[in-house]
Design a protein around this ligand. Structure first.
Ligand code: CU
Ligand code: ZN
Length: 158
């Protein structure tokens, strides 16, 4: 079935397989949000749904880099998350951990998207990271998206 046909009903009616509670670091400690990960019913890919609050103040549309990093360790102000998840040894922005940006709408954001390249088992135990700047989708190895300002460890639901 077409991903579109299942998109909204999935996030409204299904319990996600995995989730991360994303929290701010020393620069923006009040950032808080939830990222849910749903296995797509086709069996291929996942739906990622992120809801974030208390983002840095913005008076115009602002984009924040958003990635899955290798290590699920948010300690020490997120200094141990390692690089973008990249099992295929590709160049940025073709890492499997490269996600669409977060759109900061006056301090909060909601995004949901289909990613056919990831599975729940790929991402379990890794970290989801929010950056202070937009990912330029060009600069190697990580898109020049600035400091890590939020982090959450991806965990199984239940
Ligand atoms: Cu990142
Ligand atoms: Zn990348």
């Amino acid at each position: 079935m077409n991903p579109n046909a299942l998109f909204s009903t999935l996030t409204m009616t299904k319990i996600p397989e995995a989730y991360a509670v994303l929290r701010g670091g020393s620069k923006y400690p009040s950032i808080i949000g939830t990222v849910n990960f749903y296995q797509h019913r086709s069996g291929i890919g996942i739906i990622v749904e992120a809801s974030l609050q208390h983002l840095p103040p913005a008076t115009a549309p602002t984009f924040l880099g958003f990635h899955i990093h290798e290590n699920g360790n948010c300690s020490d102000n997120f200094n141990h998350t390692d690089m973008h998840y990249n099992p295929q040894n590709a160049e940025h922005p073709h890492h499997l951990g490269d996600l669409i940006p977060i759109f900061n709408s006056d301090g909060s954001a909601y995004v949901a998207f289909y990613d056919s390249y990831l599975s729940i088992s790929d991402i379990m135990g890794r970290s989801v990271i929010l950056h202070e700047k937009a990912d330029d989708f060009t600069t190697q190895p990580s898109g020049n998206s600035g400091d890590k300002i939020g982090c959450g460890v991806i965990m199984a639901v239940n």
